[in-house]
Design a protein around this ligand. Structure first.
Ligand SMILES: [Zn+2]
Length: 278
């Protein structure tokens, strides 16, 4: 389309016989336009896709804990801005379908991975990252950190981070590349919250739940989450990429966002703001 338009312009230009420099300049512009079009096409092959609205850097200094379901604070989202988050993967049967739906609409999400699953399916963990999504942490084996000893909770967190880092980067470190964490079942304790904050890790709750741990049809889930979103107007949405009903519902949900003026915000880790001691 872009190229056809440009060559039509070029034809008109030549007919006006305005000298040889102008057509050369126009040819250069045509090439430049074509290269921009190619770059856009590489980002998103469909012009009518939802697309990612903006990128938001998040760090522990500004927002150590976010998500109104668990905390008094959340991310600074504008009206009609949503953040898509997916928990409990990677899970081959359903995560691939979720990735396909996100790619179809050119939107980027945040996946909170379970360490044990990442070590079982490292290629899928790497694929999530390679497709431009952000990867946070969700413990080693999804135990409730509220119901185990503090030392065991610390081990669940560290082992999970380490397994995801190993899958993604081949290094078993407990310092996460992306310092984002979500508690299984949102079951935090004051001690683990303090621990994560002291290590510069942002704790994510959610503003809206799809409640996809309950069995329902994709159509029911779509109605539930769009009703909740319309009531709230914006927010961090929690899904599970391990759920077939969510994978099945997602294409329709993303089209709904596009058709109703919602914009997807992609989260990335921001540099820690330098905090002066006082
Ligand atoms: Zn979970």
């Amino acid at each position: 389309m872009q190229q056809r338009h440009a060559s039509a312009q070029f034809g008109r230009f030549r007919r006006r016989r305005t000298g040889w420099l102008a057509p050369l300049a126009l040819a250069a512009i045509t090439l430049w336009q074509a290269s921009i079009a190619a770059a856009h096409a590489a980002d998103c092959p469909r012009a009518t896709a939802l697309g990612t609205g903006r990128v938001l850097g998040v760090n522990v200094a500004a927002t150590p804990r976010v998500g109104l379901k668990s905390f008094p604070q959340t991310l600074p989202l504008e009206d009609h801005e949503v953040v898509l988050t997916f928990d409990d993967g990677p899970w081959p049967r359903t995560t691939r379908r979720v990735l396909a739906a996100l790619a179809q609409e050119c939107v980027r999400a945040t996946f909170f991975l379970i360490g044990r699953s990442a070590s079982e399916y490292p290629e899928l963990a790497r694929r999530i990252a390679a497709e431009g999504h952000t990867i946070g942490h969700h413990t080693w084996a999804h135990r409730s950190l509220m119901r185990i000893k503090a030392q065991d909770a610390r081990e669940e967190i560290d082992r999970g981070i380490s397994a995801v880092e190993m899958a993604l980067h081949g290094a078993a470190t407990t310092v996460p590349t992306t310092p984002f964490f979500r508690f299984p079942g949102f079951e935090s304790t004051p001690a683990t919250l303090d621990l994560l904050q002291s290590r510069g890790i942002v704790v994510f709750g959610a503003d809206l739940w799809a409640s996809d741990w309950n069995r329902m049809t994709p159509k029911q889930e779509l109605k539930l989450i769009t009703d909740r979103l319309n009531a709230a107007g914006k927010g961090i949405i929690l899904f599970h990429d391990t759920k077939a009903q969510t994978a099945a519902m997602l294409p329709a949900f993303l089209r709904y966002l596009r058709d109703n003026g919602y914009r997807v915000v992609h989260l990335i880790p921001a540099e820690r703001a330098s905090v002066s001691p006082d």
